[in-house]
Design a protein around this ligand. Sequence first.
Ligand code: NAP
Length: 639
Amino acid sequence: MPLDTAINLDEAIEAAHLPSLMTALVHLTGNTHHLKPEWRPAYQPMDRNDIGVPDEEQAIMRAFAKGVITDYLEGRREPIGDLAIEALRPMMDFITGVDIPSDYLDFLEDELDLMGANSKRPQWETPKLKAAAAKMKVLVIGAGMSGILAAIKLDEAGVGYTVVEKNADVGGTWLENTYPGCRVDSSNHFYSYSFEPNHLWPQHFSTQPVLLDYFQNVAARYDLKKRIRFETEVVSLAFDEARGVWKATLKTAKGEETLEADAVITAVGQLNRPRLPDIEGRDSFKGPAFHSARWDHGVDLTDKRVAVIGTGASAFQFVPEIVGKVAHLEVFQRTPPWCFPTPHYHEDVAEGKKWVLENVPYYDRWYRFWLLWMATDGLLPAVRSDPDWKGPDTAVSEANNAFREMVAAMLRGQVEGRPDLAEKVVPEYPLGGKRALLDNGVWLQALQQPHVDLVTTPISKITEKGIVTSDGALHEADVIIYGTGFTASKFLSPMKITGKGGVDLHQQWGGDARAYLGMTAPNFPNLFMIYGPNTNIVVNGSIIFFSECSVRYILGCLELLAETGAKTLEVRKDVHDAFNEKVDEGNKLMAWGSPNVTSWYKNEAGRVTQNWPFALVDYWRATLKPNPDDFVLKEPATA
Ligand code: NAP
């Protein structure tokens, strides 16, 4: 592999994440001798770039890395891909700085695609499977991140499919959300398909146009558009029990039509139906008003008095972007968000790091694993409830309290000199109760500007002139922007979905969506959900990871049909119910399940319908392959 002469190797190594680099070098040295205990990084989630190794030792590490990489570039070393699983143990402990449980070993082997093992790559090789795949017709609903993924994997398996998409293009949430400052808040080197790494992400957390470009490029590379029917919306799905097929009613520009499929995969996301708050007089406001996910770029905010309702993930991103434009900004906060210190949130990825990602074998995959651990599974102990916790309600365990104190001190530090703000911006609910937002300081800088007010008095109504708070004050505004989130717990709405015996899915759920592994529900054979109930994450893992696990499992279900010759597969109710009990127990033990937290993760009855309560590795394992005993497999009553 030629060295790009524009890159200085020293600079590239300097820019690399050193623990990931040292771990990747095992593939070039063939041994772990250089993973010395004194070079093992300290686990430091609050400052991920501080590896806790003295500078002089780091210099020795870099010199070592330079020697090995130079040997590789000059042809004296070859990368080793087939490391034995036991060799991974010291590598994963080294890279994370903690002793990782052994149930990560086979997961890691799979994730790193070592020994040619990759459970997410469908292998329908036998003539029987190939013939069955060619006959199958699958309907995929949605062409966002999950729908694109499903299409790619169905293609790889040779299964016939059609994608329908309500929008005019692919991209889903990254197409619809165009508000200023919109960007991903999971590290891009993890928030990308495992099989489509992008070593050239311009930023660690790239902006919406970059994300949209990524998904559109992937769709183009796999030539998916010819299989997607755009501006076509599924209005209803009905299961024909006698024939074991689904009938979809589609709304198109030309009117309604029906489409039949052996199986349906919903890939409609959880966060695509904007929720406007139920505030009295909302429609009486005379000025422009819009939701963040339907940003009205025709409204010029320059020198306007702007009211923003909501301080969640979207407002947190667009407020710092618009603050410099407006004459006056009032931000209406019901609950403050927890923020997670992320100094490099808006920073570019150094050119040297891109080079290392592209050119040092296995660096990209180890770096991805490190991100997964640091951002997600490694943080779980800090957001897990201790049933014996006797401390204040503002935390759920000793570790959670310590974490809280650290982050709260950082927040207060950002508003020194503004005790009024300090009181408002430190949440009273436990850290981890809701997704913590990535903080590089711009949010609290915006709120401290002289023309900005953070209003915490509850809103009582909206009038034609602005917003009235419960103290009777009228906050006059020219524009209202709703950063009030989505109707996330109304899974699969507004589609009407009728299963066996005419059962309506939304009636079956009764506002309390449940599924087995987030994917299948009793009475709904061959209907599979991606990003369904209880598959969302609170600590900042990548939802792409979940979608990839789900798609693998769904392909496994289709393979089971192909292998057995059965027409339909329906999850057993007892299996489904037992799984949901486990999930509920798990969620009760997490900060987001705490009774002190109110959030959109919970439905009206207070049950957490959105979140996965366990580690990512647990979802990976649970979705490896369907267990035929979990399902009732059936031939149709009539052919
Ligand atoms: P959100 O996190 O649900 O925030 C909605 C905000 O509106 C909250 O502050 C909420 O207050 C407030 N609110 C709702 N109804 C209200 C009312 N009637 N009166 C006053 N305030 C009200 O919504 P979001 O910011 O759009 O984000 C939703 C999810 O989308 C995020 O959690 C994340 O998963 C995803 N997202 C991701 C990114 C990213 O990756 N970059 C960016 C944006 C969104 P309470 O907290 O009191 O309910």
